[in-house]
Design a protein around this ligand. Sequence first.
Ligand code: AMP
Length: 368
Amino acid sequence: MIKLHDKFFKPYIKEEEILAAIDKMAKEIAEEYKDETPLFVGVLNGAFRFVADFLKAYQHPCEVSFVRLSSYQGLTSTGIVETLLDVPEEIEGKSVIILEDVVDTGRTLKQLVHLFSNTNVKEFKIGTLFYKSDVYNGEYAIDYVGLEIPDHFIVGYGLDYNELGRNLREVYQLNQTDMINLVLFGKPGAGKGTQAGFLKEKYNLRHISTGDVFRFNIKNGTELGNLAKSYMDKGDLVPDEVTIEMLKAEVEKSPDAAGFIFDGFPRTAAQAEALDNFLESKDMKINATIALEAEDDILVARLLERGKSSGRSDDQDESKIRNRFDEYNQKTAPLKAFYKAQGKFHSVNGIGEIEDITERLSKVIDSL
Ligand code: AMP
């Protein structure tokens, strides 16, 4: 295990495996281009090692140049891509093959294609050493791939975490074993949001409340908000496909989080399964599902009280509240068995003083 800045990384892909993949790629490209002189364009900074080893493996006439874009800040793909070193001159009529270190969401790729869009090249191909097919948006065909990898945050072999790690000979991945990921479980009004507010401070976790994200979208009149509104107004669940995609996007906004509290998600078997698969693809997992238990009558009273100030229409009408409970009993309650089977289910008494309940939850978390 190595430490770069504040994070730990563990060995992931050996140098020999990387070089073998590059060799294979060079052979594949040579098959097509050995009778002409292609121009390889490396994407700085990450691809400098890859380009050097690629050219060692590609012993046919060729030219080489570089462009430089910048999109990563820390661990987050910001979506802002700057051009720092532009398209090479005298490119007209040439077969250009881009050499990228890694393709993930495809945002940098879009900028690259845009960069070359006004040039008169003979052919434009894209090659990447690492390819995260799970998160790639698929906008452009990737012509040559070295290694397909899951969506792990990687460093080494030219790739960095805040500029450190480029000189590592092999590839390392972010170590997620110290992460704590919790599901707060319970009926509407059980106190999940309130408790998540305390726990996220205490354990430095990122709190994702799907209800809050929907309400934020409704407030801002987004497409997602408009879609969710009709369901929420009645106290029905929003369809799984929509909710699952939204949850994934929220998690992906914080790849450097020390852990997550999922509040109000999962609420159906399909969501629970999707969450497990999604986390597994990121080398993450749920550590515990903690239920806040309270009787319906207490919850109804709490929600009606909250409805006086929250402005939430689904809190102000007892029939809507009862409908939310029905949805819970029918679709969400079965998840208890799902998490019990995994040995992750914990139950906590949700009645009492707020601090006492936080204490009870902390006891469970500290024992993990
Ligand atoms: P909450 O703030 O958690 O009580 O959620 C309010 C409403 O948002 C719910 O009644 C649902 O309509 C919708 N919602 C929140 N989370 C989910 C979810 N995981 N699946 C489906 N609908 C959800």
